[in-house]
Design a protein around this ligand. Sequence first.
Ligand code: AP5
Length: 206
Amino acid sequence: MRLIFLGPPGSGKGTQAERIAKIFNLQFISIGDILREEIKLETLLGKRVKPYIENGALVPDKLILEIMRKRISNNQGFVLDGFPRTIKQAMGLDEITKVDKVVYFKCNSDTIVKRLSNRRICPQCAKVYNLITNPPTDDEICDNCKTKLKQREDDKEHTIRKRIKIYKSETLPLLNFYKKKSILEEVDASSGVDEVYLRLKEVLSG
Ligand code: AP5
């Protein structure tokens, strides 16, 4: 199965993609995680993309396509989280591989801002928490490795709003792109993690 999870920032694409990849034995490819890892390792690529990410802007298509061309394997099923995000990227992906289903995570802006402003990540083991829906046992300390949790630079409220605006202008047009190919499915992503997961499994099994 070759899947794309598409939706606004904070709609839960990453959370669900990780779960779905495990049960369907798919390769989980999160472009956001790949870019953040490059920043953490202070590579040349990391230094190039850091200002875009911290400002909530999109990294140029050419760079993103170069990275994804190397990551996507035609021999294994996959779930793509956060890619493609522009029409140009979607057309580039068409040249790399075929996709079976695109799932659109529908979620309103108020829910997104609430979720993302409460997201915390462990800088050591990368575990993702939410102070409201999935808090660590000890106040802002990682359950796994006891490291102090951090807020993502782009999860500050004004940057979240900017990301939503860019999502609407650059990424929303992809819905029509995939609707025309008859591979678009929609999931209401505004309820709890387990509920969304059940809906998603239904959509993918159909
Ligand atoms: P990326 O890391 O992909 O960020 P994003 O798309 O903005 O997605 P998020 O990780 O914010 O949200 P998500 O939908 O995955 O939600 P999550 O499951 O984490 O990209 C970051 C940046 O990299 C971009 O802004 C851009 O600069 C660059 N970039 C990336 N891809 C690019 C591309 N293709 N082209 C150009 N540039 C690109 O959940 C969020 C929070 O909510 C968590 O705390 C979680 O615990 C909680 N949560 C999840 N689901 C639920 C639920 N159902 N109920 C309650 N809480 C929930």
